[in-house]
Design a protein around this ligand. Structure first.
Ligand SMILES: Cc1cc2nc3c(=O)[nH]c(=O)nc-3n(C[C@H](O)[C@H](O)[C@H](O)COP(=O)(O)OP(=O)(O)OC[C@H]3O[C@@H](n4cnc5c(N)ncnc54)[C@H](O)[C@@H]3O)c2cc1C
Length: 683
């Protein structure tokens, strides 16, 4: 049996070599670890036993050889030089430990089996042989990858112009993202962490206009805002996730033996993604999936005579492209849906006054926060998105109330060490049609609202689900564009009202902008729900018309969290599911567990060393929320119908619920992860 310490030490040594060489195609067997250094033109280096004739060098702990032709190539010499300057002190028991250490390093590069690739019978869609996606931003790549995976026989081409850069912002996501990436698109989780280095977002922290250091958390997952409010008068202890946010902890805890226990499987989270590396990663996955890529500018979109469809695209080099289905992912330009097909724009300006953002990077002081922060400013608000190396910040404001220079000055006063800024202008609203003739519009081309709840990529996921569902039903002759337009349009409209609520009830009163928001922001689309909240308080069970809430993440829990967090006056709940003593005990136990949680940097480092912990989240036997909840995440609003979450008929009690039946599998800390009150819906 290999000595564990020797194995760890050797593993670190081998890992350091792999990283220093930027290696790809890493693998291992009992005797050797092999790897291909980046830029080595296929050179394969082998570290391990003296199993090959061609042993060129030796470290204190293993032989170094290579597979390739004589004479030794400059690439090999270069790689050898880099290995030889690294720590080469002898490790006791290295020979015995080699197999275990090499396997652990190679596991980092394991490509996980695609998850449940064929839950749904892949159908041919009559008349759908070719798709052209216009745009190589996140929306374009999401669309191309999703369509290719769903309809592998369809020929998908993505066209973008390197002369027209992608928007370059868009980095905080929601809990729809991990299931979309790893289940629906089947993207390898270990590879994503290696290429893009996402950080975890467990929710949003709102530093939202009330005086002093008051803030409130909007955590993902099973929150208990009403229970927390009833017992504590505030909502920040509403769930383990929220407590972890307040303490800057990540969902990996150490057990009594100091061994890490991952809660990632059970606690819904989202990603913070650096836009450029994310798009580059998606482009790589698209190449691998067989999606054709064209770098060219579309000069003209030619519509049919009735302007109901696109006839063809004319490129700047004179080529012409035709397709059965066009996806407009051209960003704010909306080249196809608006410019060519004339779909009108429905403005949200009476609810959302902001139209400009000043964006910058800021060096981080302190831990990588596991959440996005939204903080009120004089004429808008500022985001903080922590990625591994720095924080990204952006001031979203109303140009009717502030100039870009004034915004930059205000931001710099709060972030003296921030880097260069750039400015993005936008308009809030959506187009009349999501799907017109042979064209659908996704991402910024269809609609946009400011990133206060990170809804842009969230909506691309939702849009793709509607599109795929409709295309699937086209296979048996049903393809209802009117349904798709109603479903996507009303979903966007709900976000308008939901975000409007963040302004209407904000209590910041020291600026003209916020006073105007409080007096005039239009929230008429959800007024009945707000009125009921003011009258009856945050009632979580029964009575709410779920039709008012077409979003699986920003559901009634979200509405209640935003209203209670902003301290909108309402009657205090008279009934609770837990007694005060049971609630306090639960919060105390959660805090104790948090004392054992790693911070995000430690947790991400751990996963780099133990990628099998990541891979198991979406592996074939996974029961993680990412895999199991994907079906629920596939929810689309069907006008006139809503499926309830299930447990809605249970009655509140003043005591803790009875212990659950023994389960086949023990979920660590499940009593702290579950909601104490029945969920109203998914999310
Ligand atoms: C200030 C701000 C902050 C944001 N923050 C977030 C956030 O935190 N979370 C989130 O989810 N979203 C956020 N978003 C939204 C997010 O940036 C986008 O929704 C997302 O990146 C998708 O963009 P896109 O692919 O639709 O467009 P783009 O990235 O703009 O891509 C457009 C593509 O179209 C191509 N194109 C355009 N015209 C032509 C032409 N004539 N010929 C050929 N190609 C063409 C371009 O080359 C480009 O590839 C934010 C947006 C803004 C403005």
């Amino acid at each position: 049996m290999a000595d564990r310490t020797a194995s760890r030490a050797l593993q670190q040594r081998l890992s350091a070599i792999v990283d220093a060489l930027g290696a790809e195609n890493v693998g291992a067997d009992e005797k050797e670890l092999w790897l291909e250094p980046k830029g080595g033109s296929g050179l394969q280096i082998r570290l391990g036993g003296d199993v090959h004739g061609r042993r060129y060098d030796r470290s204190a702990n293993f032989a170094i050889s290579y597979a390739g032709n004589e004479p030794i190539s400059p690439a090999f010499r270069h790689a050898l030089d880099r290995i030889k300057v690294m720590d080469d002190s002898p490790i006791d028991g290295a020979a015995d430990a080699f197999a275990t250490a090499a396997k652990a390093v190679a596991d980092r590069f394991v490509t996980t089996a695609p998850v449940a690739a064929a839950k749904v019978e892949r159908a041919n869609v009559p008349g759908l042989d070719t798709v052209v996606v216009v745009g190589g931003g996140t929306a374009g790549y999401f669309a191309a990858l999703a369509l290719k995976r769903e309809f592998p026989d369809v020929d998908v081409t993505l066209i973008e112009s390197s002369k027209i850069p992608v928007i370059g912002v868009g980095e905080a996501t929601t809990t729809l993202m991990p299931p979309f990436l790893h289940v629906q698109l089947g993207l390898d989780i270990v590879e994503l962490y290696r290429d893009v280095r996402p950080t975890w977002k467990m929710g949003i922290k709102f530093d939202w206009g009330l005086p002093g250091d008051y803030y409130f958390n909007y955590p993902f997952g099973n929150g208990n805002p009403v229970e927390a409010y009833a017992h504590d008068g505030h909502i920040n202890d509403q769930s383990l996730c929220s407590l972890m946010m307040s303490a800057d902890r990540a969902p990996i805890v150490l057990d009594d033996d100091g061994e890490p226990v991952s809660l990632l499987e059970h606690m819904p989270y989202a990603y913070h993604l650096e836009n450029e590396s994310f798009v580059a990663h998606l482009a790589k996955c698209a190449r691998r999936a067989g999606i054709r890529h064209l770098d060219a500018e579309i000069e003209t979109v030619v519509p049919t005579a009735d302007r109901e469809s696109v006839d063809r695209l004319i490129l700047d080099d004179g080529r012409e492209l035709r397709a059965d289905l066009y996806v407009d992912a051209s960003g704010f330009r909306a080249l196809l849906i608006e410019k060519a097909l004339g779909s009108s724009f429905i403005s949200y300006a009476s609810s959302l006054f902001c139209d400009t953002a000043v964006v910058a990077e800021v060096p981080r002081r302190g831990p990588i926060q596991p959440y996005t922060t939204a903080q009120t400013m004089d004429a808008g608000w500022c985001w903080r998105i922590p990625v591994e190396d720095e924080d990204h910040r952006g001031y979203v404001f109303s140009s009717a109330h502030l100039t870009v220079d004034e915004a930059r000055d205000e931001m710099r006063a709060k972030n003296p060490d921030m880097g260069d800024t750039w400015t993005v202008r936008f308009r809030s609203g959506r187009h009349e049609e999501f799907w017109k003739g042979n064209t659908v519009a996704v991402g910024n081309a269809y609609g946009f609202v400011e990133p206060l709840e990170s809804t842009a990529l969230h909506m691309v996921v939702a849009e793709m689900r509607v599109l795929i569902r409709c295309l699937r039903s086209a296979a048996d002759g049903r393809c209802d564009r009117a349904f798709a337009n109603e479903s996507v349009g009303s979903h966007w409209d709900y976000l308008r009202w939901f975000l409007g609520m963040h302004y209407r009830f904000n209590r910041k009163s020291d600026s003209d902008f916020w006073r105007t928001c409080r007096d005039t922001v239009d929230v008429s689309g959800i007024e009945p729900m707000l009125e009921r909240f003011r009258r009856e308080g945050p009632v979580m069970e029964g009575g709410i018309s779920p039709q008012d809430i077409p979003d699986p993440v920003f559901n009634y829990h979200g509405v209640v969290t935003m209203l209670l967090g902003q301290q909108v006056p309402c009657p205090r709940p008279t009934r609770t599911w837990l007694s005060k003593a049971a609630w306090d005990a639960r919060v105390a136990e959660s805090r104790k567990l948090m004392g054992r949680a790693l911070d995000q940097a430690q947790a991400l480092d751990l996963l780099r060393q133990r990628p099998e912990m990541l891979a198991s989240l979406i592996g074939p036997n996974s029961k993680s929320w990412i895999v199991c909840r994907s079906a629920q995440a596939e929810y689309v609003k069907v006008p006139g119908f809503w499926a309830h979450g299930g447990k809605g008929d249970e009655a509140p009690t003043s005591e803790a619920p009875a212990p659950r039946e023994s389960k086949e599998e023990v979920v660590p800390y499940s009593h702290l992860l579950d909601s104490v009150a029945p969920p109203l819906d998914v999310g």
